[in-house]
Design a binder for this molecule. Structure first.
Ligand SMILES: Nc1ncnc2c1ncn2[C@@H]1O[C@H](COP(=O)(O)OP(=O)(O)OP(=O)(O)O)[C@@H](O)[C@H]1O
Ligand SMILES: Cc1ncsc1CCO
Ligand SMILES: [Mg+2]
Length: 283
């Protein structure tokens, strides 16, 4: 089956899923960090989804079951928010985990591990975050326990985390997406590479968080939970493509790219998506 998944197949699949998001406007519940709320909500809206940033534990048990998908992001984690994250993740909706700066503290790492145990459909992080999570989650079997970590920005290339991402996917059952120059998406057996995007996207805070929220929107419209890989790869490709077009539209730096990227996401058409999405099977 994988052999049939040519670049053209992925282009059509990305367009199908983006069109489904536009047609169905899935309600995406985000328990996300304070830095990312604006760009994540705007990216979701531009893609055709409906964002809702709700984090009070007084609301989550009532609200989340009515949503189409959930995005949990630990970027500005606090003691008070963790129970809300756990409640949102346990509400029975398809959900995505963003382990921002997983290695920043023991509290944060433990929180990420406890959320991982609640079986996200997808985990999306940068290479340093996935390496840190795998290093703790897989303990003895990981190759990365000696690496050092900084904050929310990656100090590794996405390829550095590929083997650990596969192992983490196998041990958790989640699809693992490692963002970077090439975004790698794996279910533990197959790996696809997404080559869309521009380096300047790293200079806009919370683009990774927005990409994770977009994965949740795509997850809401796939037919089968087993399509989580397609949802993650296509969301990352579409987001990266919007970054490319944003750059081509005259962005001069991070601030204008942010504006042009959101406009580009809103304006994407079939011809552009099917011809420019760059997803391929990684051998
Ligand atoms: N060198 C690069 N070239 C092209 N695209 C890139 C590059 N680095 C990152 N990207 C893209 O930028 C987006 C954000 O990825 P990144 O790895 O920077 O996330 P992150 O570190 O989690 O970000 P944040 O924590 O600020 O939300 C993704 O869509 C990714 O594909
Ligand atoms: C900078 C920053 N700090 C906590 S969350 C966040 C946004 C990018 O992940
Ligand atoms: Mg991040």
């Amino acid at each position: 089956m994988d052999e049939e998944r040519t670049a053209a197949w992925w282009g059509r699949r990305a367009w199908e899923l983006l069109s489904a998001v536009r047609a169905r406007a899935p309600l995406v519940h985000c328990v996300t960090n304070l830095v990312s709320m604006d760009i994540a909500a705007n990216a979701l809206l531009a893609a055709g989804a409906s964002p809702a940033m709700v984090h009070s534990l007084l609301e989550v048990p009532e609200f989340t079951p009515r949503c189409d998908a959930v995005c949990v992001n630990v970027g500005t984690l606090s003691e008070g928010w963790l129970p809300s994250m756990r409640a949102a993740a346990s509400a029975g909706r398809p959900w995505v985990l963003d382990p921002v700066a997983a290695a920043a503290s023991e509290f944060r790492m433990e929180a990420c591990l406890s959320l991982l145990a609640l079986r996200p459909a997808v985990v999306r992080g940068n290479a340093s975050e996935i390496l840190a999570l795998a290093s703790r989650s897989l303990a003895a079997s990981s190759s990365s326990s000696t690496t050092t970590f900084k904050g929310a920005d990656s100090t590794h290339d996405s390829g550095d985390a590929l083997q650990d991402a596969k192992a983490l996917a196998r041990s958790t059952g989640a699809v693992i997406a490692v963002s970077g120059a090439v975004d790698y998406v794996t279910d533990g057996e197959r790996v696809v590479g997404v080559s869309n995007g521009v380096a300047m996207m790293q200079k806009i805070t919370a683009t990774g968080c927005a990409a994770t929220a977009l994965i949740a929107a795509f997850l809401a419209v796939v037919e089968e939970p087993s399509d989580a890989m397609a949802a993650a790869a296509c969301a990352l490709a579409v987001f990266g493509l919007a970054g490319e077009i944003g750059m081509e539209s005259g962005a001069k730096g991070p601030a204008s790219l942010r504006m042009h990227l959101i406009d580009a996401l809103y304006c994407l058409d079939e011809q552009t998506v099917t011809s420019r999405v760059k997803i391929s099977l990684h051998s």
